[in-house]
Design a protein around this ligand. Structure first.
Ligand SMILES: [Fe+2]
Length: 369
């Protein structure tokens, strides 16, 4: 086994019931907090109340920006940054799913580095300062609490763009699975499929090494039994899902994502499919495609998942989407042309030994529907 590796994870992670209050002294990272949330989940889960109680007890002032929607664009980033500027915030607390955590990272950058809007998608200079970030995830898919990525929709390019910097790793991540109890079942399922795709894509990446692959196998082994339980409609262990999602996040922090994400983005942008669901429908076809050139890695993935062939994963995803009543509208041939072009233009597809042809990408889309 090749044991050469490169592993980075500057985020301090705490998990367990009540960890927000228990670790409160550790996450007081400044003198005035910007709290970034989505529309409802921060309040519904109780996380926002817990955070505000900790800040109040320490007399740390804060302002809340609750304007982040799914697939945030730079308009939301700049609106949040404006709120932070007017109040002189010097640290950011992100409470929500991947969209909230990702937007909060960009807000922390825009505020600290005074980034002009026209330069937002031009990349983050390595020397740019970023406000310290506290990440409290309320879904179990993104892994953003332990990554350097901020995925922001670029309407001009008609896709999601990866705005990332080593300085985007949250300083501290607080994972309390109790906050997931108010999560709708379809969101739970979609985000878990996202986490599974992170682990699977991470294993195949050219950047993967023995350690990131071991982490990915762990994530797959933790996530799959919960997805099977979801499909059977039985009790799902939220702490396990949250843990598996975080471990898969640690994987993509090293490897990045790949073809499934590149192909999933157009399904989200043009068809409105939730990010994790878009990845989920493409996963089995991707495994089949990769099996031809990466047989031993595919074997490892299937073994970790407790499967003997990719078709079993397709059956599981179909069941999961059926029980949620999710209707999947197959892309038209014209749409496939656009989606294929968009996904092959993204840099992430080059992180693999096997670059699919446009026809192969179209077939992979067809297999998912
Ligand atoms: Fe993802």
């Amino acid at each position: 086994m090749d044991t050469n590796l490169h592993f980075t994870l500057p985020t301090e992670v705490f998990s367990g019931r009540g960890c927000v209050a228990k670790q409160a002294q550790r996450w007081m990272l400044g003198r005035h907090a910007l709290i970034v949330t989505g529309k409802t989940s921060a309040r519904l889960s109780g996380a926002l109340d817990d955070v505000c109680a900790c800040l109040d007890a320490r007399q740390i002032p804060y302002v809340t920006y609750e304007g982040i929607s799914a697939n945030p664009d730079e308009t939301q980033v700049y609106a949040g940054a404006a709120v932070a500027r007017t109040r002189g915030c010097d640290f950011v607390i992100a409470i929500g799913g991947g969209s909230v955590l990702d937007a909060a990272k960009s807000i922390a950058w825009v505020v600290a580095s005074d980034v002009p809007r026209e330069a937002f998608f031009n990349g983050v200079p390595a020397t740019d300062p970023v406000l310290p970030i506290v990440a409290i995830p309320l879904t179990c898919g993104t892994g953003s609490e332990v990554t350097q990525y901020s995925i922001i929709t670029d309407h001009e390019a008609k896709t999601k763009k990866n705005v990332s910097s080593a300085a985007f790793f949250p300083t501290i991540a607080l994972l309390d699975a109790h906050y997931l109890t108010s999560l709708p079942k379809d969101v739970l399922c979609d985000t878990a499929l996202d986490a599974l795709s992170h682990a699977i894509e991470g294993i195949y990446s050219l950047k993967a090494d023995c350690f990131s692959r071991a982490l990915a196998e762990t994530a797959i082994g933790v996530l799959m039994p919960e997805l099977v339980r979801m499909a059977h409609g039985t009790f799902v262990n939220l702490a396990q899902l949250q843990y598996g999602s975080m471990v898969a996040g640690m994987v993509i922090a090293q490897t990045g994502t790949g073809l499934v994400h590149a192909m999933g983005y157009p399904l989200t942008y043009y068809k409105g499919m939730p990010h994790g669901r878009a990845n989920g429908v493409l996963l089995a076809g991707y495994l089949t495609f990769m099996q031809a050139t990466c047989a031993s890695l595919t074997e490892r993935i299937l073994a970790a998942a407790g499967l003997s062939m990719p078709e079993e994963l397709q059956a599981l995803v179909d069941t999961l989407l059926d029980i949620q009543g999710c209707f999947r509208e197959a892309p038209t041939e014209e749409e496939l042309e656009v989606f294929t072009g968009d996904s092959l233009r993204l840099e992430v597809v080059r992180r693999y030994r096997t670059l699919p042809s446009p026809e192969e990408v179209k077939d992979l889309y067809r297999m998912g529907f």
